[in-house]
Design a protein around this ligand. Structure first.
Ligand code: FES
Ligand SMILES: [Fe+2]
Length: 437
């Protein structure tokens, strides 16, 4: 399937550790990064009806994302314009926003509708200075994105090339299959960086290497980067591709969910029905075609895209700053990491899978807080990744460590992440720091 793409390579660099361990840096991120970037606040499916809202918190900021009419999603700073009380927490459905302190109210467009004894202020309060201040909001891929910078670039410009490349996957038609989160004892970047490269797969997830291992190709575009499966290292030995594909899909289904039941069943059929000696490409083609037909029968369409485009999209996208999307034909595995206050050693980490379902068959899901990072609660693959994250956060602080040195070939997304971050933060890029010695 995904083989042999040319790789974007970088010069070798060391990333300054400050970005991971400094409280001052974490505070500067609040101003220079989080106040300026487009970030995912929620999925549209979380606010399907008028009045549905989600409260999105990032550091000291809290933002209400609300469906203010059937076609419009609005975002407001979650702060009463009287004396500053927060108005909402979590999610829910409401006809208006109501402050519990002195009872001021707003409609779903953020316009002030009630102020107790308004005449006390004489003429000082008007519609403009009492409305809930707006936050920039837009949607793409079924996600609601917010940006606190009133002068920000439009979302689609910001997302380029994520949006033109991944539009074909129709993420907006997908619905949550599963979603879990936890607080994690590492920097939000340490967490996310465990999921935007696959160079760690052989050592961290050795069970996946039994069907052979690969080098990985990487690409960058705009603020973002992605990678895919490159050339096999040739260590697979004598493997029947029919059995290999079935076993790999079954393993992925059991240990992380980055496939679907349909794909596993199609791979099982390939194993049964294809003749001995079938080439890997033939097996892959059979599985894709069989799965597409089986999905069509149950009312799940496959998006239209050329095989070349599918290959080009690779396996895993880093969407700057804090999301990762692993796209599949009918599903995507996604990660989001955010700081948990200004402690550089703590983050909020979320993992979720979205999937395209037959109409009406979407499961009802809620965010599950699952603090126990074990295989039992998070399945095998994630529990393996979770073992690295706090150890990295700890090790990075050592006097014996001068900074991460990602592979200039296979961990390009990590390097590119810090280059883009440095531009927002106004610090030297990793290359600059290296040049300074
Ligand atoms: S603080 Fe909200 S009404 Fe007074
Ligand atoms: Fe991993």
């Amino acid at each position: 399937m995904t083989t042999g793409k040319p790789t974007v390579a970088e010069v070798p660099v060391r990333i300054p550790v400050e970005a991971y361990v400094s409280e001052d840096y974490a505070r500067a991120e609040n101003e220079k990064l989080w106040g300026k970037v487009w970030q995912i606040a929620c999925r549209e499916e979380e606010i399907p009806k008028v009045g549905d809202y989600v409260t999105y918190d990032i550091l000291d900021e809290s933002i209400i994302v609300v469906r203010s009419d059937p076609e419009t999603v609005s975002a407001f700073y979650n702060v009463c314009q009287h004396r500053g009380r927060r108005l909402t927490k979590g999610c829910g459905r409401t006809k208006q926003f109501f402050c519990r302190f002195h009872g001021w109210r707003w409609n779903l467009d953020g316009e002030s509708t009630y102020i107790l004894d308004r005449e006390d202020w004489c003429e000082a309060l008007d519609a403009e200075n009492t409305r809930l201040p707006r936050v920039q909001v837009d949607t793409w891929g079924g996600w609601v994105w917010i940006n606190m910078d009133p002068d920000c670039e439009p979302l689609r410009e910001y997302l380029n090339p994520v949006s033109p490349m991944l539009d074909a996957f129709d993420f907006d038609k997908m619905r949550y299959r599963w979603r879990q989160w936890l607080y994690f004892p590492c920097n939000w970047k340490t967490a996310l960086e465990s999921f935007i490269e696959s160079f760690h797969v052989d050592a961290t997830h050795p069970q996946l290497g039994q069907w052979g291992t690969n080098r990985w190709w990487c690409r960058t575009g705009g603020k973002h980067a992605w990678h895919g499966i490159g050339t096999p290292r040739g260590d697979a030995g004598e493997i029947d591709p029919r059995a290999a594909m079935y076993e790999l899909f079954q393993e992925l289904w059991d240990t992380v969910g980055t496939t679907t039941e349909t794909m596993v069943q199609a791979a099982a059929r390939a194993k049964e029905e294809l003749p001995e000696g079938a080439a890997p490409e033939e097996v892959a083609g059979f599985v894709m075609q069989t799965a597409a037909m089986a999905d069509a029968e149950r009312g799940v369409y496959w998006p239209q895209m050329t095989p070349e485009h599918y290959v080009e999209c690779g396996l895993d996208w880093h969407v700057f700053p804090n999301s990762a999307i692993l796209p599949g034909m009918t599903y995507a595995l996604c990660y989001r990491a955010r700081p948990n206050g200004y402690d550089p050693n703590s983050c909020i980490f979320e993992v979720y899978i979205i999937e395209r379902y037959p109409e009406g068959a979407e499961p009802r899901t809620e965010w599950v807080y699952e603090p126990d990072p074990t295989e039992e609660k998070w399945r095998k693959i994630l529990s393996q990744d979770f073992q690295n994250m706090p150890e990295v956060q700890h090790g990075i602080k050592s006097r014996g460590f001068k900074g991460p040195r990602p592979s200039p070939v296979q961990e390009v997304p990590v390097i590119h992440f810090h280059r883009t971050l440095a531009q927002y933060m106004g610090t030297g890029t990793p290359e600059d720091i290296l040049a300074r010695g």
